[in-house]
Write a protein that binds this ligand. Structure first.
Ligand code: GLN
Ligand code: ZN
Length: 761
């Protein structure tokens, strides 16, 4: 009976790690306090898995910030600007790389494959001096062992590490990251030897890049790496774990040919073809870690279906060699359903969070071993049936309206340059207009007000009064700073998706269903369980209240359908695009109500459009088509004079620039400053962009305050490639997580920079 978990959430069932980290960063608690919280979390996770009966329990899947940054630390690949002098990497250097410090900005952060988790991108050049500089993997293995749990230590595999890295400044064009393989493998060997010496019998290398479209040169790097590691690995069972998609036939061939490897972990939830590959050829005597329990969603597993898949696999790989596993790390799902006090029993019966998935994995393993827990299986079958037939799931009218959108093409009638002229007549903005992305700092006091209103501790009148005061403060501040297009600051919103989900039908909400997004930041994705519709206006009251406080244009602020979809736990009983069209229709109603309420500028955030891009290139076109169409559906009905903005987080969108243009927004603001102006290169290379564009001029993920000169310098770089009359000046993203002490001077410098350049143009 063999069961395995690829990885587990670190934050804790109630985000204990988040609070410990933030208190440490704020100097309210010591490093020892933080270490204690972390150790308690690790031990409770190991205990929980071992109590559940899991055979292969992972270690080193905990992280104070990010597992890729942990690998960077292990390899001593600290960029020189952090002034690290060798030795074991401590919190100072580690968190400086993650978050920046007073004098140096943070390292670049980017999405982990197609998830909403962000990792810190290693920066590697020919001069990095790798050294074994963090013993975390070994320490955690020993820590678990001391608690009586013999774990499987998990390392990011050497090839994936390099493929996820970026070349250091100055060598971007010329440097081959894979050429570093011979330099990092000696460090891996040191770690492996120490793990062996400490008593490890298994080791897991996460090599998720194997699921990408890799050329043969990259595939060969895997062969070369494990050839080289083979002798060091001897005596260990070696699991290569892949996830998030299926493997191409070539990648599978490479995988099963790797020397020294004894087990393969495959995602059987997302991988439509993997099963066939395994069936057609599986090496004798090797283990298959079959990822049948979905690590990416919160739905209870269809145990009967998984069981029959496993039975088929058993016939191929042999009873002794089949291990039941999760499709990927459970990092990407919520922690424990036990803490959900607000969900009703029916919906709860349809769900499984990380803790429940551990139990599912084990139940499947037991069933394979002939000890099927009949009661558990039949309760699961009943829940699956109830979800299929529940009237809460289906709304005929919505189904019809969404189905009617398929295959059609909705667009605004007038082209963007004519629209911009009409809008400028109405708005009369200066060149290089300034704006922000939406949210303003959320103070403890503000959070308290929202919480108390939710808990019925303060009246609706008091709540409205408090939020109005907050909006007034934000409006006054922006006028004082002399920003051109204002926002209301989003004080009524806890989260840009949850806020809308709560007002739409078809959504359910958790109280503790947090998922790590980056560092200490977590999101609580809504659960879309049924057809989506909008019973009544969601933002009109606050936006018109805010507009009434100022003569300047006030942006209406909405979250777009693709982002709502991508940041929710989505139904797995209908295609994603169908759910997306349903949401688009609901947002369309809201856009039109805002316009009727005289809101002339409406921002529809599509922060997460890029991250929904499928991992496989062959699937990109289809996704982009329905995603961009969904966005256009929301605003195809507005007048020319209504200015539609959109905002996108995250940097890597050069490859989808044509789809961004096809969204046909009047203005787009884009996160930019942490990606070294990669964005601008696309325009340098000649892509024509006629709509307004605001590449972020400073990083809002860091507490650092940018100077006027620095911002002016950034804007100048943009002006070199973009027309003066289309450029907007704005921060990278919303200011919600920053403090006023950072936001005020930063925005002040931003406006000063815009004004300075206006005088020079
Ligand atoms: N309007 C949102 C905000 O400012 C956008 C956030 C985002 O793009 N992630 O908070
Ligand atoms: Zn953003």
């Amino acid at each position: 009976m063999a069961s395995h978990i690829v990885g587990y959430p670190r934050m804790g069932p109630k985000r204990e790690l988040k609070f410990a980290l933030e208190s440490f960063w704020d100097k309210k608690s010591s490093a020892e306090d933080l270490q204690k919280v972390a150790a308690d979390l690790r031990s409770s996770i190991w205990k929980q898995m071992s109590d559940a009966g899991i055979k292969y329990i992972p270690s080193n899947t905990f992280s104070y910030y990010d597992q890729v940054l942990d690998a960077t630390s292990m390899l001593g690949a600290v960029p020189p600007r952090y002034g690290w002098n060798g030795g074991e990497i401590g919190f100072d250097t580690y968190f400086s790389m993650a978050r920046g410090n007073a004098s140096v900005p943070a390292m670049e952060m980017t999405k982990w494959f197609d998830t909403n988790y962000h990792f810190i991108v290693p920066e590697l050049g020919p001069d990095v001096n790798f050294s074994y500089a963090s013993h975390k993997a070994v320490d955690e293995y020993k820590e678990a062992k001391a608690l009586g749990v013999n774990t499987v230590p998990v390392l990011i595999g050497p090839v994936s590490y390099l493929l996820l890295s970026k070349p250091a400044k100055g060598v971007e064009k010329t440097f081959s990251l894979l050429s570093l393989l011979p330099k990092i493998l000696p460090i891996y060997k040191e770690v492996i030897s120490e793990l062996k010496a400490a008593g490890a019998s298994w080791i897991q290398f996460d090599e998720p890049t194997l699921v990408l479209d890799l050329d043969s040169h990259k595939l060969q790097a895997f062969t070369a790496a494990y050839d080289d590691l083979e002798s060091t690995l001897s005596g260990l069972n070696v699991l290569i774990e892949t996830y998030f998609a299926d493997l191409t036939a070539e990648a599978y061939k490479t995988l099963i040919g790797l020397k020294g490897v004894t087990a393969y972990g495959l995602d059987l939830v997302r991988g439509a073809q993997t099963l066939d590959l395994v069936k057609s050829n599986f090496p004798k005597g090797k283990y298959l870690f079959a990822g049948v329990v979905d690590g990416r969603n919160i739905w209870a597993n269809d145990l009967a279906a998984s069981f029959s898949t496993l039975k088929e696999l058993e016939a191929v790989v042999g009873k002794e060699n089949l291990v039941v596993s999760t499709s990927c790390s459970l990092l990407h799902t919520a922690v424990d359903l036990v803490n959900e006090t607000k969900l009703d029993d029916e919906i709860k019966s349809w769900l499984a969070f990380a803790a429940q998935k551990v139990v599912e994995v084990n139940a499947l393993a037991k069933a394979l071993a002939g000890q099927k827990d009949e009661a558990f299986f039949s309760a699961n079958a009943a829940a699956q049936a109830s979800r299929k037939s529940s009237p809460r799931v289906t709304n005929e009218a919505v189904q019809k309206a969404a189905a009617a959108l398929k295959g059609s093409d909705h667009r605004r009638a007038t082209n963007v340059s004519a629209r911009l002229d009409a809008q400028q007549k109405k708005l009369n903005l200066p060149i290089l207009p300034t704006t922000t992305i939406g949210s303003f700092p959320q103070t403890l006091e503000l959070r308290r007000v929202r919480r108390e209103f939710k808990a019925n501790k303060i009246s609706e009148d008091d709540y409205i009064k408090a939020i109005k005061e907050e909006i007034k403060k934000v409006v006054d501040l922006q006028e004082e700073l002399d920003i051109d297009v204002l926002v209301h600051g989003e004080p009524e919103r806890n989260d840009m998706v949850e806020y809308f989900g709560e007002q739409l039908s078809g959504f359910a909400f958790t109280v503790n269903g947090w998922v790590q997004s980056y560092g200490s930041r977590c999101v609580k994705p809504p659960i879309i369980y049924g057809d989506v519709s909008r019973p009544k206006p969601m933002t009109v009251f606050w936006s018109s209240t805010a507009q009434s406080m100022t003569a300047r244009p006030m942006k209406g602020m909405l979250t777009g359908p693709v982002t709502i979809l991508n940041w929710s736990f989505v139904r797995n009983d209908q295609p994603r695009f169908e759910t997306c069209y349903q949401i688009a229709l609901a947002i369309k109603d809201e856009v039109e109500d805002l316009e009727k309420a005289s809101i002339n500028v409406i921002q529809i955030d599509e922060a997460a459009l890029r991250e929904g891009l499928p991992l496989r290139k062959s699937e990109h076109a289809f996704y982009l088509k329905w995603a961009v169409h969904s966005f256009r559906i929301t605003n195809c009905g507005v007048q020319d004079t209504t200015q539609i903005h959109t905002h996108m987080c995250y940097s890597n969108f050069n490859d989808i620039i044509h789809s961004i243009i096809d969204m046909d927004a009047d203005v787009i603001t884009i996160e930019n400053s942490r990606s070294d102006e990669k964005l601008l290169s696309v325009f340098r290379e000649g892509v024509k962009y006629g709509a307004g564009i605001g590449p972020g001029v400073y990083d809002i993920h860091s507490p650092r305050i940018p100077s006027t000169e620095e911002i002016a310098d950034r804007i100048n770089k943009m002006l070199a490639v973009l027309e003066t009359n289309i450029l907007w000046v704005n921060p990278d993203c919303g200011l919600k997580t920053r403090k006023y002490a950072e936001v005020k001077p930063a925005l002040n410098n931003m406006v000063a920079a815009a004004k300075l350049l206006r005088t020079q143009l």
